[in-house]
Design a protein around this ligand. Structure first.
Ligand code: FPP
Length: 243
């Protein structure tokens, strides 16, 4: 379930788009945009903690990003490894719990080990759960959940939306309340398809390396102005009842 929008969103999901364009504008290789993107992410993690947002989920590498030039893919892998070793202790001290969502089979053993270490070291932290979607796709998630439900012996007549949700990669988190995409494109790009059924969307022209507290606050403010009905209707007093 998602929360109402009286307070801050409990769960914010972000597509961090625009790193390449940020670098190109400065005549720098795309890699520098991704590097700057990591710094923007660290700042946004702190901003989420300050605003008592419980869950932040970011799209770091999609199932489709393997189609990029091999030097960009290997650059991103190296960058993520470097970011884990550079920021893990700091994230731990900030009270961040790190979780990785996505298909880990295709990534290198080195990166898999780094993910496992990050998850193990931060597993007792409670301030913010940072889910990093890596080699993730919304369609992949739905298929893996179906496979897992079948492997667990769930009979077809017992398979409901609630039951399948238990097998989704992010079953530990409430559905996102707010979905932000930077970089000016207006699409989901196979991010959390199942989980965004009633999520509020905010699309920003800001390139991800330039995204910070002010842009986060603007998105939260837009979210608060939305009328969330979850398919129901509101009575004169503003209470929600089923349609
Ligand atoms: C999209 O910008 C961004 C990505 C594909 C990568 C985002 C990854 C990070 C910021 C690193 C995350 C690191 C950790 C440790 C979680 P783009 O390249 O599509 O930009 P463009 O649309 O301007 O070309």
């Amino acid at each position: 379930m998602t929360s109402d929008n009286k307070a801050v969103p409990r769960h914010v999901a972000i597509v961090m788009d625009g790193n390449g364009r940020w670098a190109k504008k400065r005549f720098l290789p795309r890699f520098f945009g991704h590097k700057q993107g990591v710094d923007a992410l660290v700042k946004v993690v702190q901003a989420c903690i300050d605003r008592e947002i419980g869950y932040l989920t970011v799209f770091a590498f999609s199932s489709e990003n393997w189609k990029r030039p091999s030097d960009e893919v290997s650059g991103l892998m190296g960058l993520v490894l470097a970011a884990v070793s550079r920021y893990l202790a700091r994230m731990g001290a900030m009270g961040v719990r790190i979780r990785i969502v996505g298909d880990r089979e295709a990534v290198s053993e080195k990166l898999r080990n780094a993910w496992n270490e990050a998850e193990a070291l931060t597993q007792h932290n409670t301030k913010l759960t940072l889910s990093v979607a890596f080699n993730y796709g919304g369609r992949w998630d739905i298929v893996q959940a179906c496979k897992a439900a079948m492997a667990a012996g769930v009979p077809p007549d017992q398979l409901s939306e609630a039951k399948l949700s238990e097998f989704m990669a992010m079953s530990y988190a409430p559905d996102p309340d707010l979905f932000i995409r930077t970089g000016g494109e207006v699409r989901i790009s196979n991010f959390l398809l199942w989980q965004v059924a009633y999520t509020e969307f905010v699309f920003s022209d800001c390139l991800w390396p330039e995204f910070g507290e002010a842009q986060l606050d603007a998105a939260i403010s837009a979210f608060r102005d939305r009328d969330r009905r979850f398919g129901g209707v509101k009575d004169a007093g503003g209470s929600l009842s089923a349609a």
